[in-house]
Ligand binder design. Structure first.
Ligand SMILES: *Cc1c(COP(=O)(O)O)cnc(C)c1O
Length: 394
């Protein structure tokens, strides 16, 4: 089964199905891979552990509404949202799902959350007071504790009196207390384990004070993959459910995960044969300097920086696949990119170009693109999904 995403204005032209002849770029989303990754995550968890699936950052580039519907259908217990607008769109599709709002709001924004049945993250007393004031009846909140990351949350050493105070506020029901400790390497792992243990001791301390927290959560993707130990009953995961990890590859077996944002593709809109004295503007930022000579056939795809692509950093060469073969990217401009086709026999306008994903005999991986661009994996995905139509499979 495949289905086409809601399409951006200006991209429709060929009966509503990508690839459009007007700008032939498209992204393949593999929803069956999402199901698979959820079951991989479940297999690593104690039975009964809740999965709070993160759909922030446009569901890591995969489309919030379609992805949320799929997560819900495979039984994830809650969805963690990045923006109010996205949460409202998810709520329209999933009236009953639990939608947790990650931190983003001012106290004044809380009443909008409550109107749509969104569960606010409370990371300061002002937010808790706003919930208490605007709620009509008992309202579930999730409290965030900062266990050392130094961003949002009640700092662990100071959190107890605040949480006990919130517990006494009218119309407030503390459903969860959570923390976030991202890491990618071995020293990060041992720090995260130590802080996770401190977080669990804190939860135990609250219990001794008479406050039992129904849902507790400290682990995100890498902590799950690397088997960090806690006695919480929920995880909040994004990356692994989308089939990727920012962790060093030698730290766990990631081979069982399958990418959900599977392929980014384009087509050659122009082919320029070799000719004596041919020059190609290789990189941006060299305007005003002589355009370098180039010998060989080149081609152009309508996929540039505005589509979220980026030049390779100094010393790196980016590649795309043409007929399954690697072809170097010579220039990434705002709306277009220039490809070296000198190794492709008689390339034709309209031929498919794989920017990311599997071609006939080779694959351009997300890890490679992130390395070429010196960027984070999620950043690469989110940028490339900004204005390119998506096709959903599975
Ligand atoms: C993004 C996020 C997560 C998920 O992180 P992954 O590494 O993608 O699993 C969990 N908790 C919070 C607070 C986050 O912002």
């Amino acid at each position: 089964m495949s289905m086409v995403s809601r399409l951006q204005k200006g991209n429709v032209g060929d009966g509503g199905h990508p690839p459009f002849s007007t700008r032939p770029n498209w992204i393949d989303i593999d929803l069956a891979a999402l199901d698979h990754n959820v079951s991989v995550a479940r297999s690593l968890l104690q039975p009964g552990t809740r999965i709070h699936a993160c759909v922030k950052s446009s569901a890591y580039g995969c489309d919030v509404v379609e992805v949320s519907k799929r997560f819900h259908s495979v039984g994830v217990e809650a969805l963690c949202c990045g923006t109010y607008e996205e949460a409202v769109a998810i709520r329209a599709a999933l009236p009953k799902a639990q939608l947790i709002m990650f931190g983003a709001a001012l106290p004044d924004g809380v009443s909008d959350y409550l109107k749509h049945g969104l569960t606010p993250t409370i990371h300061n007393l002002e937010l808790a007071q706003a919930v208490s004031k605007h709620s009509a009846g008992p309202t579930k909140i999730h409290i965030k504790v900062d266990s050392g990351w130094g961003r949002l949350g009640f700092p662990l050493p100071l959190a107890k009196p605040s949480i006990l105070r919130i517990a006494r506020m009218p119309r407030i029901e503390i459903e969860a207390v959570y923390t976030h400790l991202p890491f990618t390497d071995a020293s990060g792992r041992s720090y995260a384990q130590q802080r996770t243990t401190a977080f669990c001791e804190f939860i135990e301390d609250l219990r001794r004070e008479g406050l039992t927290i129904p849902i507790t959560q400290a682990r995100a993707s890498n902590a799950v993959m690397m088997g960090l130990i806690d006695n919480c009953n929920a995880i909040a995961a994004g990356s692994i459910l989308y089939g990727k990890s920012s962790a060093r590859r030698d730290m766990a077996d990631f081979s069982q995960l399958r990418p959900v944002l599977k392929c980014v593709r384009s087509k050659l809109i122009h082919v320029l044969p070799d000719y004596p004295g041919k020059t190609v503007g290789r990189t941006t930022g060299t305007h005003g300097r002589p355009t370098p000579l180039f010998s060989g056939t080149t081609g152009v795809i309508p996929f540039g920086r505005r589509d979220g692509y980026a030049s390779a950093t100094a010393g790196q060469t980016a590649y795309v696949l043409v007929r399954g073969q690697r072809a170097p990217v010579l220039a990434v401009n705002s709306e277009l990119s220039v490809i070296d086709l000198s190794q492709v026999d008689d390339p034709r306008i309209g031929e498919e170009v794989v920017v990311m994903g599997e071609g006939l005999s080779d694959t351009i991986t997300l890890d490679e693109i992130a390395k070429w661009q010196a960027a984070g994996l999620t950043d690469v995905l989110v940028r490339m999904s900004g204005r390119t139509p998506r096709v959903f499979h599975g």
